[in-house]
Ligand binder design. Structure first.
Ligand SMILES: *Cc1c(COP(=O)(O)O)cnc(C)c1O
Length: 223
């Protein structure tokens, strides 16, 4: 598959107008595909699977900023801890503790996003509002020194209904603003990671500061 330079530059330009970072989601795509996009200037890439990420990281330029965006099992954290740039899919305090513990061993502080469940149509991974409140409460009582919570991530329903998707993004943006002013150590939420290929233009209108785009850049995935 040949990366379409024009559509890449078009997406980056639209994102830049909103001061939004584009993360190229490269899951299932080859290192050659990733290298082509890298050659056009892309540096932020997102992956869902630990082993796939580790393999690609070893073969590709070291200045790539790797985002982990899939469900992360605690026992696999150590495999990515030495190089991961941002873990976008933290959905429990237990996972946060494990990231903190492994980060300490390699003397790093790892930026994390809390994945919030905003989809109403189907259940996906992520914290609901109660779980979010409890996680923040745990952070207040026993702060973790080798992580920093830098924002929220969410996925809208796989809905063809634009109104529904917009509502979900608005709800998350509202929650994000509500939680922004809380004062805790290692808590500095300024990233709102919403928007994928099918809904990133809506996300940009609803306050996204980071979009995660796969199929629009790399073509559809064979699953
Ligand atoms: C696969 C994936 C994306 C990108 O999806 P596209 O529809 O291909 O843009 C974004 N975010 C997450 C969490 C993903 O798993």
């Amino acid at each position: 598959m040949i990366i379409n330079k024009e559509s890449y530059q078009n997406i980056v330009e639209i994102a830049n107008q909103h001061n939004t970072t584009v993360v190229a989601v490269s899951k299932t795509k080859s290192v050659e595909n990733i290298q082509s996009l890298y050659n056009l200037g892309q540096r932020d890439f997102g992956e869902n699977y630990v082993q796939e990420l580790v393999n690609k990281q070893q073969q590709l330029p070291k200045d790539i900023r790797w985002h982990f965006i899939g469900h992360l099992q605690s026992n696999k954290v150590k495999k990515i801890i030495s190089f991961v740039h941002l873990i976008q899919s933290v959905d429990s305090y237990r996972l946060l503790q494990e990231i903190d513990k492994q980060a300490q061993k390699v003397n790093r502080r790892i930026d994390c996003l809390l994945q919030i469940n905003i989809a109403t149509e189907e259940t996906k991974f992520g914290l609901n509002e109660d779980a979010l409140r409890m996680l923040i409460c745990s952070m207040q009582h026993s702060p973790l020194s080798n992580i920093c919570i830098v924002g929220f991530m969410g996925m809208a329903s796989l809905s063809i209904n634009e109104t529904q998707v917009r509502k979900e993004f608005q709800a998350l943006n509202q929650l994000f603003n509500q939680y922004k002013s809380i004062q805790i150590n290692n808590y500095n939420p300024h990233i709102l990671s919403i928007g994928m290929s099918s809904d990133y233009t809506i996300a940009l209108e609803e306050g996204s500061t980071m979009v995660r785009i796969g199929s629009l850049l790399f073509g559809s995935r064979n699953t």
